[in-house]
Design a protein around this ligand. Structure first.
Ligand code: PGA
Length: 250
């Protein structure tokens, strides 16, 4: 079963509108391999201008979060229809920084995932264990539970299009990445958990690795059979680094 690799840039709380448009222009000038799907996830304020800057290119647009209601009195929140109208195809949900600093739970992530599908957005579901959990030998338990909780109500068809990013929390922004082999093992586990309920569908789910991916270590991850690309934070803020990572996924 061949899965088209996806490399997505998670810009986090970086880039003004002008910075975002400049980075997109630089990415558009680079020769990106046709067999790798590329997405960028700018902050909300830059989405609409980013969509315009991306017009006519094959690079997809994603957001970094959203709320589960379509509209209403929810000061400070952004809805799925707003993201769709701004030109998004993807939305990152359940990123560990959201779980850690903004009290996201498995239950809220599950709700957001259902909303994303209801509005034809493709979720990039993030799961990952903390250092303490890894050291206590609880990695597999934590990953299974997060995956199961977020996807329990999805149909096989939805699981087929879902993107999951395995991001060990201790590897995010720390310069300390997992090994390719261990990331591959955990991603295989995620695929089995998804397959437990939906069978064949999970063979088509794209599961990415994220956490301190750089041009130097990208090939180690992308060469693994279970790893279908990457969710890139720090290195996605620089056009030449991000481009080099995309090429490694070819
Ligand atoms: P990093 O971030 O590449 O800077 O470690 C990855 C992420 O949080 O998605």
């Amino acid at each position: 079963m061949s899965r088209r690799p996806l490399v997505a840039g998670n810009w986090k709380m970086h880039k003004t509108v002008a910075d975002a448009v400049r980075l997109i222009e630089d990415l558009r000038k680079a020769a990106l391999p046709a067999n790798v799907e590329v997405a960028v996830c700018p902050p909300f304020t830059a989405l609409a201008d980013s969509a315009r800057a991306l017009a006519g290119s094959t690079i997809a647009l994603g957001a970094q979060n959203m709320f589960w209601e379509a509209q209403g009195a929810f000061t400070g929140e952004i809805s799925a229809p707003m993201l769709v109208a701004a030109g998004c195809r993807y939305v990152i949900l359940g990123h560990s920084e959201r779980r850690q600093f903004f009290a996201e739970t498995d239950a809220s992530v599950a709700r957001k995932i259902r909303t994303a599908y209801a509005h034809d957005l493709v979720p990039i579901l993030c799961v990952g264990e903390r250092l303490k959990e890894r050291e206590a030998g609880r990695t597999d338990h934590v990953i299974s539970e997060q995956t199961e909780a977020a996807t329990a109500e999805l149909s096989g068809e939805q699981v087929r299009t879902l993107v999951v990013a395995y991001e060990p929390v201790w590897a995010i922004g720390t310069g300390r990445s997992a090994t390719g082999e261990e990331a591959n093992r955990v991603i295989g586990l995620i695929r089995r958990v998804l397959g437990g309920r939906t069978g064949d569908a999970s063979a088509q789910t794209r599961i990415l690795y994220g956490g301190s991916v750089t041009p130097d270590n990208a090939a180690e991850f992308f060469g693994q059979p279970e790893i279908d690309g990457g969710l890139i934070g720090g290195a996605s803020l620089d056009a030449s680094k991000f481009t080099a990572i995309v090429r490694a996924a070819r």
